[in-house]
Design a protein around this ligand. Structure first.
Ligand code: SF4
Ligand code: SF4
Length: 294
């Protein structure tokens, strides 16, 4: 339980072009539970103070927008910004997505992510849409959706950014990343891969740790879903996807995609879903070098 001596870490959680699946996934965190994350000290002496989250908070309207803005003004450089969902950039941006108003005019998601991002201690792009554009940026992408990293590059925002992709991301990846930042500070360049993903969670290919790997090596391939055998011929993207799903599993360790007979569809990779599609078509040799290059 947080006490008077506990250091409060303000968190602002923006939901942009999202299905809210990332929030739902994190709300299903088991160890610790989301109640423990929000009420207790997530690590000794540190408490996450969630100031703004459109889905979770009880408040609404001007009061919560003021709370969000006053956090940014009064605690510059001390709060963590979490962005869920891609950022629509077509037109002025606000035709496709806004958060709150100024002078009765909607404030675009571009402006919110930029201004809150510039003043944050660190930004976490949660989910593949926030990290790389994801489903929201799939062809033909009329709203011009992009990920946070691309927006920051365009607007020259230099705040440290960590990508926690996944469609949806595993709750452990998010909670683990937050705990790691509070314990040891921001990850260094050696702690993340070329896509800004923490190596602790995204350091190995699915294919390297897959329990069906022996089938692959022996050339035993499933021809239909639910058959034993490697799922390569059914479209598995495990050979080009980096995440710890084979060892971490999902839903409190109950199972994971390949464990339940479904090919990995590469949901944590840049270029998902377009570059990983068709999901149930075998990877071609030619396709391999392009995946993840976006
Ligand atoms: S099921 Fe997928 S990840 Fe597992 S061995 Fe086959 S191709 Fe690799
Ligand atoms: S196994 Fe593949 S598709 Fe399934 S959650 Fe992990 S990275 Fe995503």
């Amino acid at each position: 339980m947080a006490t008077a001596k506990t250091v409060e870490i303000p968190v602002i959680w923006l939901q942009c072009a999202t299905c809210t699946g990332c929030s739902v996934s994190v709300l299903n965190s088991v160890s610790p539970t989301i109640k423990n994350v929000l009420v207790d000290e997530v690590i000794p002496g540190r408490h996450i103070n969630l100031r703004f989250h459109a889905t979770v908070m009880a408040g609404a309207g001007d009061a919560v927008i003021e709370e969000m803005e006053s956090t940014a003004q009064n605690e510059k450089g001390k709060y963590i910004l979490v962005v869920e969902g891609a950022i629509p950039t077509s037109g002025t941006g606000k035709e496709y997505g806004s958060i709150g108003e100024h002078n009765e005019e909607p404030v675009s998601m571009i402006d919110r992510v930029e201004s809150l991002g510039r003043d944050a201690l660190a930004v976490i792009a949660l989910g593949t849409c926030a990290a790389f554009g994801g489903i929201a940026a799939g062809e033909p992408n009329p709203s011009g959706c992009i990920g946070v990293g691309e927006l920051f590059r365009r607007l020259n925002v230099t705040t440290p950014l960590v990508n926690i992709p996944g469609c949806a991301p595993h709750p452990d990846w998010f909670v683990g990343m937050v705990a790691s930042v509070l314990l040891a500070g921001l990850p260094g360049p050696e702690d993340v891969d070329e896509h800004g993903r923490p190596k602790a969670f995204y350091g190995n290919l699915i294919h390297e740790n897959c329990p069906r790997r022996a089938y692959f090596d022996e050339g035993k391939f499933a021809k239909a879903f639910s058959e034993p055998g490697c799922l390569n011929e059914l479209g598995c993207k495990g050979p080009v996807t980096s995440a710890d799903c084979p060892t971490r599993h999902w839903n409190n360790g109950v199972n994971w995609c390949i464990g339940s007979g479904s090919p990995c569809i590469g949901c944590v990779e840049p270029g998902f879903p377009d570059q990983l599609a068709p999901f149930y078509q075998k990877l071609t040799e030619e396709a391999l070098p392009n995946i993840g290059s976006k």
